[in-house]
Structures are given as C-alpha cells and as structure tokens.
Design a binder for this molecule. Structure first.
Ligand SMILES: Nc1ncnc2c1ncn2[C@@H]1O[C@H](COP(=O)(O)OP(=O)(O)OP(=O)(O)O)[C@@H](O)[C@H]1O
Ligand SMILES: [Mg+2]
Length: 141
C-alpha cells in the first residue's frame, strides 16, 4: 500500500480505532466483557466522533454503576440514515423512565447534531441505549 493510501486508510478508520481502544480499556478496567458487533467502516466529522464518544462514555458509566451486567454489546454503524449506535447490557435493567443528569446530557449531545436517543430498561433483562445521528449528504456513504 502506498504511503498516501495508508494515510487515507488510517483516517477512514480513526473513529473505529478510537472506539476499539476505548472499549478494550474499559473492559479491562471494569472486568465486564464487551462484544463489539460493528464499528463504522469510515470516518465522520469530528463533531460526530465527539458525540459518539460522549454518549458511549456515559452509557458505559451507567453500565458500570447500575447494571451488574456480565456483558455489554456495542454497535456503531455508518449507513444511509446516518450514524447509529447501540449499547446493550445484560444486567438488571430498570422499570419506567431513566431519569438523571447522565441521560439528559447524552440526549443534549445527540440533539445538538439533530439526532435522537432512547434509553430502554427492561427489568431483569438489561438496558439498551440507542442513538441516531443524521449525517449531512456529503458525509454519507
Ligand atoms: N445500564 C443501566 N443499567 C441499569 N440501570 C440503568 C442503566 N442506565 C441507566 N439506568 C437507570 O437510569 C437512571 C438514570 O441514569 P442517569 O445516567 O441519567 O443518572 P445516574 O447514572 O443515576 O447519575 P448521573 O447523573 O451521575 O449519571 C439510573 O439512576 C439508573 O436507575
Ligand atoms: Mg449516569
């Protein structure tokens, strides 16, 4: 591979790399297994990377603090509709609405980019956080 291609290849994977590194460290520190289902195949604007990492950080902080999960599954995909992220754990879940500053902050991050976020607890089954960030036309595909 030429140097130029290598540089382009590195750039196109930098979001995936950032996520992979972050998840590996988090799993080692907490002892909770992380299953990476999908990572984005190409890069997105820096503002999107920041939001994805901020949401992931808070979602995982909640897994660590509240869930008693053994495993958390993470998928971040880049498709036609934009960036989608899912963080799903097999812990205790919760009943009703998630109310707290963490969820408010995650939602504010996502909304800043015109996206939406859901936090769904299922008592005894686990919790799933889903976020969708619409990409501008030039940043798709
Ligand atoms: N992965 C999870 N497993 C179990 N319960 C969760 C999970 N994520 C969120 N919750 C529930 O949703 C509530 C709200 O989460 P949120 O992050 O908003 O607040 P918090 O973690 O309690 O405090 P902080 O504002 O410091 O983040 C939590 O208190 C917890 O009851
Ligand atoms: Mg929290």
């Amino acid at each position: 591979m030429s140097e130029e291609l290598r540089v382009r290849d590195d750039r196109s994977r930098s979001l995936a790399r950032a996520l992979e590194g972050y998840l590996t460290e988090w799993s080692e520190r907490t002892g909770i297994a992380v299953e990476i289902w999908a990572l984005p195949g190409r890069d997105v604007p820096a503002s999107f990377t920041e939001v994805v990492l901020a949401v992931l950080e808070e979602a995982l902080a909640n897994v660590e603090r509240h869930s008693r999960a053994r495993t958390v599954s993470v998928a971040v995909t880049h498709g036609r509709g934009g960036l989608r992220m899912t963080i799903s754990d097999d812990g205790v879940g919760f009943f009703g609405e998630a109310r707290g500053r963490g969820v408010v902050a995650m939602r504010a991050h996502v909304r800043r980019l015109g996206g939406s976020l859901g936090v769904n607890g299922s008592p005894g089954e686990g919790t799933t956080v889903t976020g969708v960030l619409p990409l501008r036309r030039q940043d798709r595909e």
